[in-house]
Design a binder for this molecule. Structure first.
Ligand SMILES: [Zn+2]
Length: 484
């Protein structure tokens, strides 16, 4: 599939031409993705599509009909090549959107590129008609200026692009990979500190995972003039949208580092260590999966834990961060009706809204809490010989590296193998069940010499507010944070 993209900045429109060649069927079906990997919610990108025309190789108009809300059938009338032209309204500024104006072109290809059914595995090329002084930041190879190639559509749509004449760029090397930091926007950052902090958490992650799976990685940061906080993971890049700009070097700096660490860990967890239900991803409909507690729960837990291990957070700061994360669960959904696996399945229903009181839990917050509890259970059982780190490493070795999707049952089995005992009680209560977690958390924290303080919230019956109190530093605590 070959795409040509011509931005019209004043109107916020991308003019897109898709060419598909060597077609030997009487019709060709074209699909606009209904959602994007990383946000398990229908987005119906077709609603931004402005008009559509199709032509054969002799520029003759080809008839087409719309067969679902985001699918078209083109009648080839003997043609072996189809050109489809359409406009896409690109004015959604967040980490999963696309935006074009006089200052930049920012595209998440999943938002706006139609694909032809039967061609998902074929190589793709994108030619961008950009001003000559525009630089491109993207995880895809650029064989020529403003031209991108992808091995297939899956990789293309997992490679967002920043382009402008004002992109700022720094890079660093860890292991055998180069990590690029690109910034669009005015944030006045201390580059030396930024690169140093990024390098440190990158090194800690690579140490745990035994190498980095790609020679390149790109952090794409949009510094925005308004309040904003969002990040999305990709194959070898991430988009982070953060604001307001003037706060990024100060109050928002830990948020930037926290997001970056979280998104980088997704390179393994969810991008490559992939739930079986998402392999391959179906762009036409919901992709239900129960293991959001692994994909986002473990990533939320490790995102901050790596920052403690890399020295960015002091132990006190890290525990304060954990307290904040856990309280989002305890203060809102301590006695919610749905388990983690059920809430993961229901991401497609209300995963990105606060939802009705007492219904669901957050796969991020309760997922991170469940991760800590499992980590401590294994450390205790094996006298610190093994931990949750080993589960992630095995997921990588046995599933991620081999391109095999894992199921909830695979995860249970792997966890039990690492723990060397049955974890049925843990999974029944914390993952597939809805037993409140306060007691288990208190026990887990006691193992690392910390204490849990909890207070009921009278205005919010059933919910509590917690505080994690750092006790005398102990050996288990230091091992957990990689200090010994
Ligand atoms: Zn995430």
């Amino acid at each position: 599939m070959h795409y040509t993209i011509t931005p019209e900045p004043a109107k916020g429109i991308l003019h897109i031409e898709l060419t598909v060649k060597n077609i030997d069927t009487p019709t060709l079906e074209l699909q606009m993705p209904a959602s994007r990997p990383g946000r398990y919610q229908l987005a119906n990108f077709a609603k931004n599509l402005l008009h559509l025309e199709s032509f054969g190789q002799k520029c003759n108009s080809l008839a087409f009909e719309k067969i679902t809300k985001d699918r078209w059938r083109v009648h080839l009338n003997g043609a072996s090549e189809v050109k489809v032209r359409y406009g896409y309204y690109a004015r959604q500024m967040d980490a999963g959107g696309s935006w074009v104006d006089e200052s930049q072109v920012y595209i998440n290809f999943i938002n706006c590129l139609l694909y032809a059914e039967g061609y998902l595995e074929e190589a793709c090329e994108v030619v961008l008609k950009l001003p000559s002084d525009y630089q491109i930041a993207c995880g895809l190879p650029q064989p020529e200026p403003h031209v991108l190639r992808a091995v297939n559509y899956y990789r293309l749509i997992d490679s967002p692009l920043f382009s402008s004449a004002s992109l700022r760029h720094q890079f660093y090397q860890v292991s055998h990979s180069t990590f690029h930091i690109w910034i669009q926007g005015q944030a006045a950052l201390d580059w030396e500190k930024v690169v140093n902090d990024f390098r440190n958490f990158t090194q800690v992650q690579i140490n745990m995972m035994g190498g980095f799976p790609d020679p390149e990685y790109h952090f794409l940061l949009q510094a925005l003039p308004f309040q904003h906080y969002h990040g999305v993971e990709h194959w070898n890049s991430t988009v982070i949208t953060l604001g307001p700009t003037e706060k990024i070097p100060a109050e928002l700096y830990p948020e930037l580092i926290g997001l970056a660490s979280h998104e980088l860990f997704h390179v393994w967890n969810v991008i490559r260590i992939r739930p079986a239900e998402l392999l391959p991803y179906d762009f036409t409909r919901e992709n239900y999966f129960p293991t959001g507690y692994v994909a986002e729960g473990l990533t939320t837990y490790y995102g901050d834990l790596f920052l403690a291990r890399s020295g960015f957070f002091t132990p006190e700061q890290f525990l304060a961060e954990l307290t904040r994360t856990f309280n989002r669960h305890f203060m809102l959904s301590n006695t919610a009706a749905l388990s983690l696996t059920q809430s993961s399945f229901d991401l497609w229903l209300d995963g990105y809204t606060s939802g009705v009181p007492g219904r669901k839990v957050s796969i991020y917050h309760k997922g991170a809490l469940a991760a800590l509890i499992l980590d401590m259970e294994i450390r205790k059982e094996t006298r610190n010989q093994r931990s949750l780190d080993n589960i992630v490493q095995l997921l990588w070795e046995r599933f991620g590296k081999r391109g095999i999707g894992y199921s909830h049952e695979d995860y249970v089995q792997l966890a039990e193998e690492v723990a060397g005992k049955s974890l049925q009680n843990y999974f029944d209560e914390c993952i597939t069940g809805i037993v409140p977690m306060q007691e288990r958390l208190a026990e887990a924290l006691a193992y690392i010499g910390c204490r849990l303080e909890a207070a009921p919230l009278p205005e919010n019956p059933g919910n509590i507010a917690i505080r994690i109190v750092l006790g005398e530093e102990n050996e288990n605590f230091r091992k957990w944070l990689g200090m010994v």
